[in-house]
Ligand binder design. Structure first.
Ligand SMILES: Nc1ncnc2c1ncn2[C@@H]1O[C@H](COP(=O)(O)OP(=O)(O)O)[C@@H](O)[C@H]1O
Ligand SMILES: [Mg+2]
Length: 294
């Protein structure tokens, strides 16, 4: 998959092999062409293949890193089964061994934009999915309050607030609670912390790692921050544009300490610098006239 020397190898903790378990997520030669057969036809991703194993009682965080327009959201929305990305033009997308036919509760998505309902309180936003499932009020409110606390909000003070009364970080905490309360096996996060200030962003990364350990789900995390991809990722898929494709897959140690600690360690800087260099190299190659060698 890699067409250049990958960054320095790191000791990666050994994980039990997935014996006879279908992968959590698998793409096989997936191509998505928007507006196929029209003058606006555009190849968003071309022959994207990757496998994220389903590790019992553990789960993995995979970061998808790449410049704007390289197809990160397209990949995520294909897993979510959302139109118009779904279905792919060719190739196959499977989750836990099953082909995607559309959105379902085994996959939950958190977007960058604050997607809470403005006219619902925090508690009613967090409990929304359970309400759709027909969970009785008392039960869903108890679960909602529990999740409000888990994402670091104050059940007593914050449950009755409306989204416009919350900061950006608090709103993303609500979005995370609203998704995780449904216990999806696969969590899809599309630049969820992209609009937050740097300090809040680090707090949210710590929160995600803490909750991920608890729910043991597979997380696909899209970002264009190299630091965020390296801190969160057990593996990082590096993408490039025109057409959108995966150029590297890098294994990394799982986040084992708070973001501020890990981000001051030498290995972290080495890895981040190597990835910046790799991305610059690919972007420079893309700007060269066609026909020039890379
Ligand atoms: N619905 C769509 N119709 C046409 N083109 C699209 C559509 N969605 C995305 N694209 C194009 O496909 C490419 C990949 O988009 P996207 O997956 O959103 O990239 P990223 O999330 O990495 O920025 C971009 O060039 C974008 O303009
Ligand atoms: Mg995007």
């Amino acid at each position: 998959m890699s067409d250049a020397t990958p960054p320095a190898a790191l000791p990666v903790p050994s994980v039990p092999p997935a014996v006879d378990r279908p992968p959590a997520v698998e793409f096989r030669h997936v191509t998505k062409i928007y507006g196929e057969g029209t003058p606006r036809e555009y190849v968003a991703i071309s022959s994207v293949s990757f496998t994220i194993p389903d590790i019992v009682g553990h789960g993995e965080i995979s970061s998808f890193l790449g410049p704007s327009g390289c197809g990160k959201s397209t990949v995520l929305r294909l897993v979510a089964g959302l139109e118009p990305q779904h279905p792919p033009t060719s190739g196959s997308v499977t989750v836990l061994g099953r082909s995607i036919v559309g959105p379902a509760a085994d996959r939950g998505m958190v977007f960058q934009d604050y997607t809470s309902f403005d006219n619902r309180t925090v508690l009613d936003n967090v409990a929304f999915g359970l309400e759709c499932r027909g969970t009785p009020r008392r039960e869903r409110e108890a679960a909602g309050l529990e999740w409000i606390a888990k994402v670091g909000l104050n059940p007593r003070r914050d449950a009755g607030k409306y989204p416009h009364e919350l900061s950006g970080g608090m709103r993303q905490r609500v979005a995370i609670a609203r998704t995780l309360i449904l216990r999806p096996r696969v969590i899809l996060m599309d630049e969820p912390f992209g609009a937050l200030d740097p300090a809040t962003r680090l707090d949210m990364q710590d929160l995600l790692v803490k909750l991920w350990r608890e729910v043991e789900a597979t997380v696909l995390f899209v970002t264009h921050s190299v630091e965020e991809a390296v801190y969160l990722g057990d593996r990082v898929f590096v993408m490039a544009t025109t057409p959108g494709r995966i150029i590297d897959e890098i294994r990394l140690p799982a986040a084992s300490a708070p973001a501020r600690e890990v981000q001051s360690e030498p290995w972290f800087h080495e890895q981040v610098n190597a990835l910046h260099a790799r991305i610059e190299q690919v972007e420079a190659a893309a700007k060269r006239p066609t026909g020039a060698s890379r």
